[in-house]
Structure formats: structure tokens, C-alpha cells
Write a protein that binds this ligand. Structure first.
Ligand code: FAD
Length: 273
């Protein structure tokens, strides 16, 4: 399997970098080939601006979605963006790895998403009709591929539990796992989260590293998070609201978008996944 790791940490001697190296070593030992985008080491440009669209006429107002779609259609994206898109196309598994900063990913990684996820590549894909609303949420460019997060967090695990003050980790990660990964088609594997990361000593690191190696060894048998598919019949089109008969009565929020929220068996034909 081809794996792309997108790593976002400014310090090569950080815990995050050490975990990245553990993952790469284990994946390589398992016979996978690994590509790495180390965003700080690459000097990644983190903001979308006019320089991203060199073919755009100087007198034209910049409208990012249309300029982006035009650049995809005419193969005039900048080289750095085109190279990352090629890496994504080659990869069967995408891993985004980052420290949790202000409850989400660091800005440089968000900037990678903003620039690489171009119109006609990661969004604006597929036909819109009265039966389909584009190829999104389980369909799209990355359908059939997998993605997952490796995240370190300063907070304690209970702070991120169902009743924890920070909110449940699966809610905090929902915009990334559902909005950024499932949206362009990925099946999303459960995240690997390291809590109390700032306090980790060598014994703690050994334990975390072993957990990560174990995770890298069992990727094939992991079942993806059972996000509902947009065009699978669960949502009204064009409202894209979950049908009234689905989901637990009175339930609201992110969990509604899991197939398991209405106690229905997953439509996945292979329950071992
Ligand atoms: P590092 O600082 O590199 O290391 C952490 C510890 O691991 C150190 O004590 C280090 O000695 C030890 N360690 C053990 N073994 C090794 C090894 N082999 N190699 C390297 N180090 C090792 N946390 C939250 O929970 N929620 C937030 O919203 C949040 N927001 C933040 C916002 C900002 C701007 C910042 C700076 C931090 C925030 N944090 C937050 C904390 C942040 O998530 C952690 O600081 C981060 O995850 C720790 O990972 P690191 O790779 O930076 O660790």
C-alpha cells in the first residue's frame, strides 16, 4: 500500500516528529511505501492568494472557487500544489499528523488543505440532480481510499470524553474527519490520539510508540468510522437533511451522521473491515 503522511510540526526533535518516525519505520517494515510531506521542512505556503493562480488575468477579480476550478481544468496550478495532488492520487492511505492547537489543526496544515483541495479535485466533483448532490461524503476523487489522523493533545483523555469540558474528541475532530476527509470520498479510520502529550516521559513514550506500531500493523483490519453516505438514500435531496425516520428520536448533532445512530446494521458488506 502507498501511504502519504502529511506532518505539521515546526520542530524536528518534537514528540510529533518522533511519532512520525515510528509510524514510517513500522509501515516500511510492513512492506508499505511511504511518502512524507513535512510542511515546515518544505516551507509550505499556508495561505491561498492570487499567486496560486498564475494564469488568472491581472484585471480579473479573484474568486477562489472559480479560479481554482479553472486552474485544475487548464493544468495551471502552481507546482507545489500539483505535486501534493499527485502524492494524494498515488496514496491508498492518507495520514494527517499534527498537535492539537486551539482544538484543531495548526494553520499550516489548514493551509495545505485550502490550497491542495482544489475545485474539481476535492470539491465541485460530480453531477448535481434531484437524486444526487455531487460526489461528496463517501464518493468523489478519493472514494475507495482510506485516511486517518494522528494527533497529540495537551489535555487529559477525560477532558475529551462524552461529558468532558473540552467536548468529545470525536466532535472536535468531526469537521476534519467528516468535512475534510469523508467529503472528498475517503473512508476514515479511527484517529490515534495521544493525550497529556506535554507530560510524556520516556516510559510513556515507549508505551505510546508501541500503541502506534500496533495501529500501523492493523490498518487493514480496522473498520472505518461509519459515516453515512450522502447519496445512499439517508438524506433528502436537495435539503440534505437526514430523513426523519433515521437517527434516535430527538437526537441532534454530529453523531446523527453515523449509520450506527439508528441502531441499523452498517451497509458495509464486510464486517471485518
Ligand atoms: P513536544 O513539546 O515536542 O514534546 C512533549 C513531551 O514529550 C516533552 O516533555 C518531551 O520531552 C516528551 N517526549 C518523550 N519522548 C519523546 C521523544 N522520543 N521525542 C520527543 N519528545 C519526547 N492542547 C489541547 O489539548 N488542546 C488545545 O486546544 C491545545 N491548543 C494548543 C495551542 C497551541 C498554540 C499550543 C502551542 C499548544 C496547544 N495545546 C493544546 C497543547 C499541544 O497539543 C501539545 O503541546 C502538543 O500536542 C504536544 O506535542 P509536541 O509534538 O509539540 O510535543
Amino acid at each position: 500500500m502507498n501511504v502519504l503522511i502529511v506532518h505539521a510540526h515546526p520542530e524536528p526533535r518534537s514528540l510529533s516528529a518522533a511519532l512520525r518516525d515510528v509510524a514510517i519505520a513500522e509501515l516500511t517494515a510492513e512492506g508499505h511505501s511511504v511518502e512524507l510531506s513535512d510542511l515546515h521542512a518544505m516551507g509550505w505556503k499556508a495561505v491561498v492568494d492570487r499567486a496560486d493562480f498564475p494564469a488568472l488575468d491581472a484585471g480579473m477579480r479573484l474568486r477562489v472557487p472559480s479560479a481554482s476550478g479553472q486552474a485544475v481544468a487548464t493544468a495551471t496550478l502552481t507546482e507545489d500544489v500539483a505535486a501534493e495532488q499527485e502524492k494524494m492520487r498515488r496514496a491508498d492511505l492518507l495520514i494527517l499528523q499534527f498537535p492539537l492547537w486551539w482544538f484543531t489543526m495548526p494553520a499550516i496544515l489548514k493551509g495545505w488543505i485550502d490550497r491542495v483541495y482544489a475545485h474539481g479535485f476535492a470539491y465541485g466533483v460530480g453531477e448535481h440532480s434531484d437524486r444526487r448532490w455531487g460526489d461528496r461524503y463517501g464518493e468523489g476523487t478519493f472514494a475507495g481510499k482510506r485516511a486517518m489522523l494522528i494527533v497529540t493533545a495537551g489535555g487529559w483523555e477525560p477532558h475529551y470524553s462524552a461529558r468532558g469540558i473540552n467536548g468529545p474528541i470525536e466532535d472536535l475532530l468531526f469537521p476534519i474527519q467528516h468535512g475534510i476527509l469523508h467529503y472528498p470520498g475517503y473512508d476514515v479510520l479511527p484517529p490515534f490520539v495521544v493525550y497529556r502529550a506535554d507530560r510524556l516521559d520516556q516510559a510513556g513514550f515507549a508505551q505510546v510508540a508501541e500503541g502506534l506500531r500496533q495501529r500501523m500493523r492493523t490498518l487493514d483490519s480496522l473498520r472505518p468510522i461509519p459515516f453515512r453516505r450522502q447519496n445512499g438514500g439517508d438524506y433528502l435531496i436537495p435539503e440534505l437533511e437526514l430523513r426523519a425516520e433515521l437517527g434516535a428520536p430527538g437526537a441532534t448533532g454530529f453523531a446523527l451522521h453515523l449509520e450506527t445512530s439508528d441502531n441499523r446494521e452498517s451497509s458495509d458488506p464486510d464486517p471485518s473491515r
